[in-house]
Design a protein around this ligand. Structure first.
Ligand code: GLV
Length: 317
């Protein structure tokens, strides 16, 4: 039987499927393994079921040439060196589609929580400072009539736009390429990057991390945004230069931010932690029971297809 290494416990549905088709080597620890621990664990395995915490780079693949499939339990795969994988003929799979709604829901949640000052209000109540509502108390802003900018109009970006439309927001977007069909369905307008920055009341980053998107949101970009604008990031942390974001918030170049992902995850810039107009969530985009079950099952189906020499349901490389 082929050996399949699972780098960290995933929902049982996925483990059960894998165990029916392979000898499963599951990490005994409830934490991210170190590189050395993972190398040891996956010795002799043809498949590695990995999470975003596992850096599968060229050296790793060179040191474990018996691995022929990296099945990532995530839609993103910036933790895997795809160039090396291609070169060595290693397949890579991900879990697209099943987490679109959950991630779009969380993005919308951050947008609404920022506009309506929900987390600020929660802190005020807990601090014993609620003295009763009054006409000028804790006023936020309506989403209706505001412009939502989507940076990265892929599956998740579109699902965010659909939700935002039902809240009466107008949609603009910036993408590598214009998406005419999304424009028709969402009445969305494509804008060049500088114009896009200046047009948004809320700017949501839903793009993957690539060499093109890394560090795009820097101080210069924040300078082009509206001082009343909010930034939301549920894509990848390193798309935003956190140091610059802190400076931009301090300098009031933008009004606030809602972040689910971080440049140096799991570290969070201390400047962000001090700011009351920032909402920080711990990478919860796909974190629902239903979604994680489906992600685990999809990762397992990629593994099973590979073991049987069939086409993978969601192959990246
Ligand atoms: C989460 O960030 C994912 O890529 O699935």
């Amino acid at each position: 039987m082929d050996k399949v290494c699972v780098a960290r416990r995933i929902p049982q549905a996925g483990l059960d499927l894998i165990a029916q088709h392979a000898e499963m080597i599951l990490s005994p620890h409830d934490r991210a393994l170190t590189r050395e621990e993972l190398m040891d664990l996956c010795t002799g395995c043809r498949v590695l079921v990995a999470t975003l915490a596992n850096r599968i780079d060229r050296d790793f693949l060179l040191a474990r040439p018996e691995i022929r499939l990296v099945a990532n339990v995530a839609v993103g795969y910036d933790n895997v060196d795809l160039v090396a994988a291609r070169e060595f003929g290693v397949m890579v799979s991900n879990t697209p589609g099943v987490l679109t709604d959950a991630t779009a829901d969380l993005t919308m949640l951050l947008i609404l929580a920022l506009l309506r000052r929900l987390v600020e209000g929660d802190r005020l109540v807990r601090a014993g400072e609620f003295r009763g509502m009054h006409p000028l108390f804790m006023l936020g802003s309506d989403p209706r009539g505001k412009v939502l900018g989507i940076y990265g109009m892929g599956r998740i970006g579109e699902a965010v736009a659909q939700r935002a439309l039902s809240f009466g927001m107008k949609i603009v977007y910036h993408n590598r390429h214009p998406r005419p069909e999304a424009e028709r369905e969402l009445s969305a307008e494509y804008l060049g990057f500088d114009e896009f920055l200046g047009a948004c009341d809320v700017l949501a980053i839903t793009a993957p991390l690539t060499e093109e998107t890394r560090g795009v949101f820097n101080y210069q970009a924040f300078k082009r945004m509206r001082p009343s604008a909010y930034l939301v990031n549920t894509g990848r942390g390193p798309i935003v230069v956190e140091e610059d974001l802190v400076r931009a918030l301090d300098d009031r170049l933008i009004a606030g931010a809602g972040l689910d992902v971080y440049e140096f995850e799991p570290k969070v810039h201390p400047g962000l932690i001090e700011l009351p107009n920032v909402i920080l969530s711990p990478h919860l985009g796909s974190a629902t029971i239903e979604t994680r079950n489906q992600m685990a099952a999809l990762a397992a189906h990629n593994v099973i297809a590979f073991l049987h020499g069939q086409d993978l349901p969601s192959r990246v490389v």
